[in-house]
Structure formats: C-alpha cells, structure tokens
Design a protein around this ligand. Structure first.
Ligand SMILES: *Cc1c(COP(=O)(O)O)cnc(C)c1O
Length: 402
C-alpha cells in the first residue's frame, strides 16, 4: 500500500462534450475593454465572421448568429419554419433528438418521433416508410441530429436526403450539427440540408453564449409563408443588416465575437479538412483503447459500428455504479472531469451510474487524448474495475500512425 497522495493539483482538464477546452488565444482575444458597438473594428469583424461561419458549415447560403445556447438555435430554426398545427418528423437517436421534438410541442406544432433507441443510427428504411405513407405531405420538416451527443451516434445526413428525394417528399431537412460543426465532416449544401443549427461551445472552442442558424432559399420561402414569426427569433432582419445591431436584435455579444474570430482563424489556419482528420484519428485512438479494455472487463463502447460513431464524443458503458464512481475518482484525484452518462437511463435510475462520456471536440491533441485515456485507466485500477491490458499501447500506436 502506497502513501495516500492527491494528484489533482495542476491544470484542470474538462473532457466533457461541451463546453470544450477553450484555447488560450481565444481567452486572450476576449480579455479586453468593451468595444464600440456602432462603428469600427467590432462591426467590420462581425461582417467577416458571417461568411467564415458559412464556410465551416459548407454552405454558400445564409448564416445568422443568435445570442443564446444551442437550445436557442433550435428554437430559432423552428420559429422561422413551424407554425402552430404544423407537423415534423423526428428520427431520434438519443435525447437531443427528443429534446428538439419537445420544442416543436412547445411552439404548438406536432412532432412525430421515430425512436431508434440510444445506440443505433437512423434506419433509413423506416424513415422512407413514414415519408411514403405521408401522401398529403403533412410533414413540413424532418429534424435530424447529425451527432447525438448523449449516445455519440453519428447519422448519415446525405443518406437521409436521398431517402427524402426518393420518396418525392417536399419537407425541409433540418440538421442539428451542434456537436459536429468543426469536428466531423458536414456538408450543408452538398448533402442537401435546408436548415443547419450550430453553437459555439463545442467544435468552435468559444465559451457558451452564441449559436448559429444557417438556411437556404427553400427555407427562406417557408419562412416567407409563415403567418407570423416572433421578432427576436426572426432570421430575416439578421441576414441583411441595414445597420449593425440589427443582426443581433439588440446589443451584440461583443467579447464572444472576438473569441469567435480567433477560433475561426485557428480552424482555417489548420484547415477544415485537417481539423476533421485530427478528430477522426483521435477518436480512433480512443476506440482502440476501449476495445482492449473491453477484452478483460465490463467497459463497452455504446455504439458498436465505428461507421456510426461520432469523432467528437464517445459514450461508454461500464456497469453501475462504476461510471459515476470513475468520474468522481478522476475528478477528485487527477483534476480530470469526464462527461456524465446523459439520458442513458431514466433520471434517478441507478443504472444511469453505469455510463460516462468522453468529450474530444475542438482544441484537443494527441497528448491530451493519451492523458484522458491514462486517467480513465488509473481510475479503473483505483476502483478495482477489471479491464484488458495494453489499452494505452493500442491508443499510442494509433496516435503514432502505426
Ligand atoms: C450541446 C448540444 C445541444 C444543446 O446545446 P446547449 O448549448 O446545451 O443548449 C443540442 N444538440 C446537440 C447535438 C448538442 O451537442
């Protein structure tokens, strides 16, 4: 038995799926006196941010910024397209799909949910069936979560568009890319997405506070036919600002804009494709370690097929109460915070203690991922959770490109 020493002192590491690690350069950019909001640098900078956001979402269409978190962007997208009494189809692969559907309900619309459970991607055949059965085209929009952050399922949005086209269905395709923007490949225009929703605190590496809605001409036509749109959420005045504050319907998010400008510069300096490739490789290192741990104990990747896994978040099952115990131990002893097992069991259900998640989105590199994996392994040793040997070697080999 060695002496009981706490090893938490040092730089903390928040390895949860948002908010993500904030680069020092972003923090420095935000650390300044309040700028003039009516003229000068802030105004010019905002005009440069809008097209760069569209570049990250891979669209030549409209980009808007809202002050608010991801839920705000969800509501903004719906407020411009869904009137009371309208129906949407929601193929859900985790609690974020269910949450977006619930917002439709709050706005007086009807959400038809197809629930694909918490570890499988959308089944396109079932969606095709639902669309084909909708002869009167009652469904006005299909709400798809690209990466559901609770389950870490990644869905094939291009395939969803093909299914909608084959069914000859005119509904809008709306995609929640909050957990994938700036992490996983996402091609709004090439994949035929009409409305995309994003937020700043995940792949975009900025503290929570601003979110984004991208929309194309088809979505703009749906907006134009709405009986009314509430003033704050209306995207129309935001895309063609006569004068600058109009874009935000009031005071702009001054310091967030500085942070966002720097974060976008970092993404384009690295190269968006390279950013995606970095996330893919780091995710593969995590999966390699998990596969080895799984050989000798209860730990399991939530999503079986790597093709259907997010490159930015990994949900894991380790058997109750190991998940919560592991999170508590690494936080208290190593200064490492892991993500909770969000929505994997009903609230208060002890089975929920058997899950946890790793966030690996945004400003993360090879040594950070090795540190997270080392921390998880130390936690399993401390908690007496059996696990296969050699997981860190397997991850290191992936990181080394071998
Ligand atoms: C984080 C997240 C949300 C919610 O964003 P908030 O900023 O917490 O409101 C919605 N959808 C997905 C896929 C997310 O990852």
């Amino acid at each position: 038995m060695t002496e009981d020493v706490n090893l938490a002192q040092g730089r903390e590491y928040l390895a949860i799926p948002g908010p993500s690690v904030i680069p020092d350069a972003v923090l420095r950019a935000m650390h300044r006196a309040s700028p003039n909001i009516y003229a000068g640098k802030l105004v010019d900078m905002t005009h440069s941010i809008i097209p760069d956001l569209a570049r990250v979402a891979r669209t030549r269409h409209n980009a808007t910024i809202y002050i608010g978190n991801g839920h705000a962007a969800w509501e903004a997208a719906l407020a411009n397209t869904i009137a009371p009494g309208d129906t949407v189809l929601v193929p859900a692969t985790g609690i974020f799909g269910i949450g977006w559907a619930d917002m439709v309900d709050g706005l007086g619309g009807n959400a038809d949910i197809i629930d694909f459970g918490k570890s499988s991607p959308m089944d396109m055949d079932r969606i095709a069936e639902a669309l084909t059965a909708d002869k009167s085209h009652r469904i006005k929009a299909v709400l798809a979560v690209h990466v559901d952050t609770s389950s870490s399922v990644r869905n094939d949005i291009a395939a969803l568009r093909r299914v909608m086209d084959e069914a000859g269905h005119p509904a809008l395709l709306m995609a929640d890319c909050i957990a994938s923007l700036g992490c996983d490949e996402f091609e709004m225009d090439a994949w035929g997405v009409d409305v995309t929703v994003g937020a700043c605190q995940k792949g975009l590496m900025v503290p929570p506070g601003v979110s984004f809605v991208f929309f194309n001409d088809k979505a703009a036509q749906v907006r134009a036919a709405m009986p009314r749109v509430s003033r704050y959420w209306d995207w129309e005045p935001r895309v063609n600002p006569e004068y600058f504050p109009q874009h935000f319907c009031g005071t702009p998010p001054t310091h967030h804009l500085y942070g966002l400008r720097t974060a976008l510069d970092m993404i384009f300096d690295e190269g968006l494709e390279q950013v995606w490739a970095r996330h893919r490789r780091l995710a593969q290192a995590i999966w390699a370690a998990c596969d080895v741990w799984a050989e000798g104990g209860p730990l399991r990747l939530n999503v079986a097929d790597p093709e259907n896994r997010s490159h930015a978040v990994t949900a894991l099952q380790i058997g109750a109460p190991n998940g919560t115990a592991l999170q508590d131990w690494v936080a208290g002893n190593l200064g490492l915070t892991l993500g909770i097992g969000l929505g994997m069991a009903p609230r208060g259900d002890p089975a929920g203690d058997g899950f946890f998640r790793l966030g690996h989105m945004g400003h993360v590199n090879g040594q950070m991922i090795m540190a997270v994996l080392g921390g998880v392994q130390a936690g399993m040793i401390a908690q007496g959770v059996p696990h296969g040997r050699g997981a860190l070697d397997a991850a290191a080999a992936v990181i080394a490109g071998k």
